[in-house]
Design a protein around this ligand. Structure first.
Ligand SMILES: Nc1ncnc2c1ncn2[C@@H]1O[C@H](COP(=O)(O)OP(=O)(O)O)[C@@H](O)[C@H]1O
Ligand SMILES: [Mg+2]
Length: 230
C-alpha cells in the first residue's frame, strides 16, 4: 500500500483506558503550550515549572524547541551529518525555518505532546510557534483527541521584542541584526518575520514585570484551578 486515506487506519484503543491509566498513575495529563518571541523566557519558565512539578511528584516533561530540532524534527543538514540520510532523504524529511517547515514542526510537536499528555504527563512545549493557525491546529488536535479531549493550555510569554533583544541569551538577535544590516533576510521572528500573538491564551505572562518564580506560581495556580494538580 503506497498511500492510505482517512478510514484506512483505525485507532486501537488498547486494554487500558486513559482513565484507568491516569487513575493508576495518580496523574492527569495536559499540554502547556508556551509561545512567545525568542528570548521571551519560554524555556526558562517551562524548565523551572518542570522542576517545581517534579519536586511535587507530578509526572512532567518538557519538549523544547531546540532539543526537538536536534532529533525528531532535525533540519536537512543535521539529518545528513548526524543521521546519515542521503541528500534526497534529508531534503524530504528535514525541517528548516520557512513558514511551511515551521508549520510542520509545530504540527508534529502538537501530536507528540498530545501523546505525552494522553500518557498522563503534564507536557510542556517551548517553541516560538509564531503563527496562530499552527497553534490553533494543535489546540484542535487536543480538542479532538481520542477517546476524549485533552486540556490544551496556551501560555503566551508576552515579552516585548526590545526586552528580548536586550536579553539575547543566545546572541541570535545580534546575529540577525548583522544579517539585516548586510541586506540579508534572516527571517527572524520579531525582526523581519511576524509573530502573531494569541487571541485567547489561557494565561499571559508579562515577564518584563514578573520574576521567573512569579510566572511559575501563575502556571501552578492555573493547573490547580483546572484540577490537574492538587
Ligand atoms: N522575568 C523573567 N522571566 C523569564 N526569563 C527571564 C526573566 N528575566 C530574565 N530572563 C532571562 O531571559 C532569558 C530567556 O531565555 P529563554 O528562556 O531561553 O527564552 P526562549 O526559550 O523564550 O527563547 C534567560 O536568559 C532568562 O534568564
Ligand atoms: Mg527556548
Amino acid at each position: 500500500m503506497a498511500d492510505y486515506k482517512v478510514g484506512d487506519v483505525v485507532w486501537h484503543e488498547g486494554d487500558i483506558s486513559r482513565e484507568e491509566r491516569w487513575k493508576a498513575l495518580k496523574a492527569k495529563g495536559c499540554t502547556l503550550w508556551f509561545t512567545g518571541l525568542s528570548g521571551s523566557g519560554k524555556s526558562t519558565i517551562a524548565s523551572a515549572l518542570e522542576q517545581a512539578l517534579v519536586n511535587r511528584g507530578v509526572f512532567s516533561y518538557r519538549l523544547d524547541g531546540d532539543n526537538v530540532r536536534m532529533g525528531l524534527n532535525a533540519g536537512p543538514k543535521i539529518l545528513q551529518e548526524i543521521h546519515g540520510n542521503s541528500e534526497a532523504q534529508a531534503k524530504r524529511f528535514g525541517l528548516g525555518f520557512s513558514a511551511e517547515d515551521r508549520a510542520e514542526n509545530i504540527r508534529r510537536i502538537g501530536e507528540v505532546t498530545k501523546l505525552f499528555a494522553d500518557a498522563g504527563c503534564v507536557s510542556m512545549t517551548s517553541f516560538i510557534s509564531p503563527y496562530r493557525k499552527d497553534r490553533d491546529l494543535c489546540r484542535k488536535l487536543h480538542a479532538t483527541a481520542k477517546p476524549a479531549p485533552i486540556d490544551f493550555i496556551e501560555v503566551f510569554v508576552d515579552t516585548p521584542v526590545e526586552v528580548c533583544e536586550k536579553r539575547d541569551p543566545k546572541g541570535l538577535y545580534k546575529k540577525a541584526r548583522a544579517d539585516i544590516a548586510a541586506g540579508k533576510n534572516p527571517g527572524f521572528t520579531g525582526l523581519d518575520d511576524p509573530y502573531e500573538a494569541p487571541d485567547k491564551p489561557e494565561l499571559v505572562l508579562k515577564t518584563a514585570d514578573l520574576s521567573i518564580e512569579q510566572s511559575v506560581a501563575k502556571c501552578m495556580e492555573l493547573l490547580k484551578s483546572k484540577g490537574i494538580i492538587r
